[in-house]
Design a protein around this ligand. Structure first.
Ligand code: KG4
Ligand code: ZN
Length: 358
């Protein structure tokens, strides 16, 4: 099954061609990502209107390159999958409308997808990740612990009550004047810093459950930064390292709680842009080793937003007989909010509204 995947929910314009073999394995034939960092750099963050315009300008060229590099033609494709939400709705609109046009022009199945499902299944493209597994999804917009039992079967065990993990990295980078993209800049600065210099809070340590909170950490970093007059590069590096360590510790502490809720799994999959962070991976590795669990992390280029994971999730849905009817798919409107694992939604195309970070 040959699928074109289109991803435009934030600031990456992405398209990829993926083939799902009959034995369930995955071949990524191309994976084109146009990162819009330069378009937004002057504003210190992603500007939704600029993102949507950049997607309009670059998406068809990106798709063309993906098709060409894969050595296939549109006539060879079986389906086109596209992110239909959640995300910046202007960008989602561009990707979904383009996917509809491609599907109609070439007589292909259209699979509108929840972006989070793309992240949730992304590890299965390149790693041995059989169901069930515990998923720690850490990206710019989401921080969730999800029990993944099958394609389309997701139960949310925990979510952030304020900022997402990636958002806290981005805000910390801005506060420390490190520029964009925030996560990698904080990681680079932290490499020469002392993580034990600042004593940052441990969020929700005494709280039951698996929810996350990052806003207190962000405030503590700001206060620590303000307490230093004319911070030198070493101060910035120490702050970045202390923040990164505190964030990693918080993620590991909440994940450990979720592990006790599905001891039968023994597998932790980490996905989303923040999963590219080595310090976080190291801490999760220690956690898994201590509990005799296996840690599964896709390569960084499949952790951050990409078209391959969308194509793959589309292929997995089609293979499982879970893709929406063509008529419904073509009629589907983009959605700014769309919880993956709402108990009433179950990852289907139904409606769901639950909290700003749902
Ligand atoms: O999954 P993703 O590409 O987009 C969303 O769906 O949000 O994640 C982007 C987020 C950004 O907040 C970015 O700063 C963060 O992932 N990120 C990192 C690293 N690389 C990307 N955070 C920490 N360390 C990194 N190396
Ligand atoms: Zn994402």
């Amino acid at each position: 099954m040959l699928v074109l995947g289109i991803e435009t929910s934030c600031d990456d314009t992405a398209a990829a061609i993926v083939r799902r073999e009959d034995d369930g394995s995955c071949a990524i034939l191309s994976n084109e990502v146009w990162a819009q960092h330069d378009d937004h750099a002057a504003f210190g963050g992603v500007v939704p209107e600029i993102a949507a315009r950049s997607h309009v300008e670059r998406l068809d060229g990106t798709i063309e390159r993906a098709v060409k590099k894969a050595g296939v033609s549109f006539a060879d494709l079986d389906a086109v999958a596209a992110t239909a939400g959640p995300g910046l709705v202007g960008g989602v609109m561009v990707g979904l409308t383009t996917a509809k046009a491609v599907a109609m022009a070439h007589g292909l199945r259209l699979v509108p997808l929840n972006h989070l499902e793309g992240h949730a299944l992304s590890a299965r493209m390149t790693e041995d990740a059989p169901f069930p597994y515990l998923l720690l999804l850490i990206s710019g917009g989401h921080t969730q612990l999800i029990r993944v039992t099958d394609v389309g079967k997701y139960d949310r065990l925990g979510t952030t009550i304020d900022d997402a993990a990636g958002e806290s990295f981005d805000k910390t980078a801005k506060l420390l004047g490190l520029g964009v993209p925030g996560g990698p800049k904080v990681e680079a600065a932290a490499a020469t810093g002392r993580a034990d210099r600042f004593n940052l809070p441990r969020p929700l340590l005494k709280h039951e459950g698996c929810d996350f909170s990052f806003s207190g950490l962000k405030t503590a970093v700001r206060e620590a930064a303000q307490s230093i007059k004319n911070p030198a590069p070493q101060d910035i590096a120490d702050l970045a390292a202390s923040f990164q360590e505190a964030a990693a510790r918080h993620l590991a502490q909440r994940t450990e709680k979720a592990m006790t809720l599905m001891p039968e799994s023994g597998r932790l999959v980490v996905a989303g842009g923040v999963a590219a962070n080595s310090a976080i991976k190291k801490m999760l590795h220690q956690l898994c080793a201590a509990n005799s669990w296996t840690l599964i992390t896709p390569p960084p280029k499949y952790c951050t937003d990409n078209g391959a994971m969308i194509a793959w999730a589309g292929a997995e849905r089609l293979a499982a007989g879970l893709a929406a009817q063509q008529e419904d798919a073509l009629a589907l409107a983009p959605r700014a909010r769309w919880p993956l694992a709402d108990p009433h939604d179950g990852g289907r195309l139904g409606s769901g509204r639950k909290g700003p970070k749902a």
